[in-house]
Design a protein around this ligand. Sequence first.
Ligand code: PAP
Length: 342
Amino acid sequence: MASRQSENNAQEETSPLTTPNANIARIIPSLPLETRWPPFPLRRYANFWLPEVALKEGVPGVHSCFEPRPTDVFLASFPKSGTTWLKALAFATLKRSTHPPFDDDHPLRHCNPHDCVRFLELDFNQQKDELEALPSPRVLATHLPYSLLPGSITGDGERSGCRIVYVCREPKDVLVSSWLFTRKAAPACGVDARSFTIQEALELFCDGRCLGGPQWNHVLHYWKESVRRPDRVLFLRYEEVLIEPEAHVRKLANFMGCGFSEEEEERGVVSAIVELCSLGKLRDMEVNRNGSTLLGIKNESFFRKGVVGDWSKHMTQEMAQRLDKVVEDALQGTGFTFASTA
Ligand code: PAP
């Protein structure tokens, strides 16, 4: 029990961590292993449970070879918190002069958002040249915890770091979305996860033993940085973006240094971006109905209900209270809460 409390303790997790380096790969076999959340084996490194494959290749590659540009924008999130949506909104906003949202051949009409905005740590070594060839300003994404991003991105010494946009979501909805996604997507990785129950997922999630977990520590560290450096880290809440998408697109644009002009406002560019990136529109596109992207996972798996509170259809009140209590205990004294302040 003592070790679990220590694993979940938010104060401990957000203290400065040693910088990972290209040697992570060598110590992987000695790191704690978790194989119960399909489909990937996870290893506990620097207080977070991460896919073994990302630790072997992506993270060392990012730390040793990735060269951020001052104009880069990074979209960060814990998995199943609104990443796909944020990718679409940020890409459509930042690239609107080249790709106006009204265009019939807008990239989001024939590519999945995960193909428009790549994950940095996924196959970094394979996509290095591709990422380097992207025109500035680039928009890239990551599920890595803040403490595992290279200092060249977060800012160290003389460097002020890149802009980071983080999207967070209420833990019970994240858990249910992750669990359903796992069952649906695992077969693409050759794993049958039909017998993976919500009870098993809950236990693992409460212990932080899921991809990127503990979820609340992932969120907390980005939130703290957004309070410390609001000009560099923008913290968004999925639930609030759902309520006021246009206001959030304007906020996103201002933060990325490409605020909307009056003329654009008059032409309805903001609402066109929101419409283009809406769940209904994206889900209906041919590429998202029949295509596949990341690791061969079907694009349709990234678009489900996109609502607040769907956890209640899959979890009992007792299960919900258990997770709420774990999160409440872990966040005690941090000043952060998942309750929306809007
Ligand atoms: P990822 O981390 O694997 O990329 P991510 O996009 O963060 O996944 O999460 C998927 C969730 O975002 C799904 O939530 P649900 O399971 O509760 O329904 C998905 O439906 C939702 N989502 C995807 N696209 C949109 C969108 N355009 N608008 C609102 N929600 C969306």
